[in-house]
Design a binder for this molecule. Sequence first.
Ligand SMILES: [Zn+2]
Length: 192
Amino acid sequence: MPKTTLLDIVWHWSHVKDECHVSVDWTDAHERCWRCAYKAALDRCHIIPESLGGEDIPENLVLLCKRCHREAPNVNDPEAMWIWIQSQRAVFYDSFWTIRGIEEFERMFGRQPFSETTLVKVTPSEIIQRAIKTATIHFGEGRLNPSTIAFVLRTAEELATELELGDSDADHDVQRDSGPITEGGTLHGDEP
Ligand SMILES: [Zn+2]
């Protein structure tokens, strides 16, 4: 029997579940992860795992990006996947992983990013675009992971402080440390 397609899965669930259960509009559900809501190559994820007898039918499948697939529950409970997806709902597209990065920052440094930084000469987005040049996307990952985002935020704070104080070496420091540059220069990262 052929595998259930992405569109079969979207079609099924869009007739069963309200959009308040997922992070995406059903019209985007074939190309955006149902948990983090980023555009990505989507895996067909078993609700009840194959190894526990889960079938390859739309009723037992959802669509997640690879990173969310790895974090999804693998238990013999048809409700578990939905409880998890709904509890994680992203309010806006392209915000989930940035918020996770901010949470990592707060865990490591015990405060919110930029809470001790005064920005007059530069905006946070300008400074983040420069700080992001010190980071890279891990091979096989589509975008910056949360702990990398946290350190990009810290680098951005340091850079901002240097620029606000008028340190002319700030540019030089960033370029010296730069690795491969993420296109677009935002914390969203890019698609694989
Ligand atoms: Zn995802």
